[in-house]
Design a protein around this ligand. Structure first.
Ligand code: C2O
Ligand code: CU
Length: 464
């Protein structure tokens, strides 16, 4: 049963994505899925991996025959993947050669406030700065993206997003598929002028009906008839994805935002709101060589016309010594909570021309602290989506939290691990627990439908 049901057709005014058809001009399964290159450090001295990136405009052929101007990290779309190891710091020097402010946020990471890439802490055009990531947290499929106040929605949409895969000994000890059988699949939507290739950006646009996978439209990916670890990531501005294999066969979800789940979750559907990640293991040895298998999207914003994402082409046989253990990870016990608070998300519905979005009835104001948190506290947050038509999700900086309850019941199996972003369908309430024992200072929390955070649905917490 779909978790994201009737909204497909209903079309709440401020809701994401299309009521329309996919761009007819964009052919399906015509290009091979690019593998996102891993960036090489410029130095590995003193136990620190140092990287350099330049943010600049770059035109690329995404749709056949036309070029699309993008805002990129290093001229790449999506940005290069960073591979990091627990307890080995990473330094990234970011140079802004764009003509807009940017702030580079490492989503899901535990970092000091000065390195968090918050909304007001921007790099002006022509300037550069250095971010230091201590990587003290456990393994997790993190990602980085722009976060400049009021610009983040458009900047990310135009290409400023990439992956940052943090691993550790615990994860590497497992017999999961590795190397070429461990593949990043970053999905996002876009609205092109198909005649010129230009990316169209408008807040709340419902016509982002082209899906890109690792930057390519509806690609095919040649796989061997064996198990793969697919690192699914939703880098869309607003779109909610519900991913299924076309024959409705099982996938094994093994990880979410904050890394491995306690145990594998066998499922026909993977749910990813904007900003969420999920790793699945798919065993292609079920299929004879020659099989072509579409990955479908039956989720929010996906009417039939955007129901296809990519295609797996089973092209050869291969050896497979990988397996998925019954126990993937032992999560530390939850500490005794020391405080509780509520958070209410809402936005103007019903087609207002300039809708605003709120947390606890207030628009984001960077000069205001909305939540004072004691350092070391472990808090229960009860987060409610007060809208009746518009979905939201909820993301906190600095922490990986645990979902305690969804709608008064136990969380779904894929929510039993560590999370940094959680889905909130209209009217839903989620209880989560977060522990603030890593750093002191100010961080934001917000809806990760980026058009909504840019409309004001963001607030500040201060730990200390
Ligand atoms: Cu992925 Cu505050 O963001
Ligand atoms: Cu929202």
């Amino acid at each position: 049963v779909s978790l994201l049901p009737a909204l497909n057709a209903r079309g709440a005014s401020a809701a994401p994505a299309p009521g329309g058809a996919a761009d007819a001009a964009v052919p399906l399964f015509a290009v091979e899925m690019p593998l996102v290159p891993v960036l090489a450090p410029v130095s590995t001295a003193d136990g620190v991996d140092t990287y350099e990136m330049t943010m600049r405009t770059q035109a690329k052929e995404i749709l056949p025959g036309v070029r699309t101007e993008l805002r990129t990290f290093n001229g790449q779309f999506p940005g290069p993947t960073i591979k990091a190891r627990r307890n080995r710091p990473v330094v990234i020097r970011q140079r802004n050669e764009l003509d807009v402010d940017v702030s580079v946020h490492l989503h899901g990471a535990s970092v000091p406030p000065a390195d968090d890439g918050g909304p007001m802490d921007v790099i002006a055009p022509g300037a550069e700065r250095q971010y230091t990531y201590p990587n003290k947290q456990p393994h997790a499929p993190l990602w980085y993206h722009d976060h400049a106040h009021h610009l983040e929605a458009e900047n990310v949409y135009r290409g400023l997003h990439g992956s940052y895969l943090l691993t550790d000994d615990e994860e590497e000890a497992l017999p999961l598929p590795t190397d070429e059988y461990d593949v990043l699949i970053a999905i996002r939507d876009a609205h092109f002028d198909t005649a010129t290739g230009a990316l169209q950006y408008q807040m709340g646009d419902r016509a982002r009906t082209t899906l890109l996978v690792n930057g390519a439209p509806y690609p095919y990916f040649k796989v061997a008839a064996r198990s793969y670890r697919l690192r699914l990531a939703n880098h869309s501005n607003q779109r909610f994805l519900e991913l299924r294999l076309e024959d409705d066969s099982d996938m094994t979800q093994i990880a979410s935002d904050g890394g491995l789940l306690p145990r594998p979750h066998t499922t026909k559907a993977v749910y990813l709101t904007s900003g969420e990640r999920a790793d699945v293991v798919v065993d292609f040895s079920r299929y004879p060589v020659g099989t072509r298998l579409v990955l479908k999207n039956t989720g929010f914003g996906a009417v039939e016309d955007v129901s296809q994402v990519m295609r797996f082409d089973v092209a050869r046989t291969a050896q497979d010594n990988s397996s998925v253990p019954d126990v993937l990870r032992k999560l530390p016990p939850l500490p005794q909570p020391t405080a509780e608070r509520t958070v209410v998300l809402s936005m103007d519905e019903d087609g207002r021309p300039d809708p605003k979005a709120y947390i606890d009835g207030k628009l984001y104001d960077h000069a205001r602290v909305d939540a004072h948190i004691r350092s070391g506290a472990s808090e229960i947050w009860t987060v409610t989506n007060a809208n009746t038509k518009v979905p939201h999700n909820f993301h906190m900086h600095l922490v990986q939290f645990r979902v305690l309850e969804r709608q008064g019941a136990a969380p779904r199996p894929e929510e039993e691990g560590l999370k940094d972003t959680v889905r909130l369908m209209p009217g839903e309430t989620v209880k989560l627990q977060a522990t603030f024992d890593a750093y002191r200072g100010e961080y934001v929390y917000h809806c990760h439908m980026l058009d909504h955070s840019a409309m004001g649905m963001m607030a500040t917490m201060k730990i200390g």
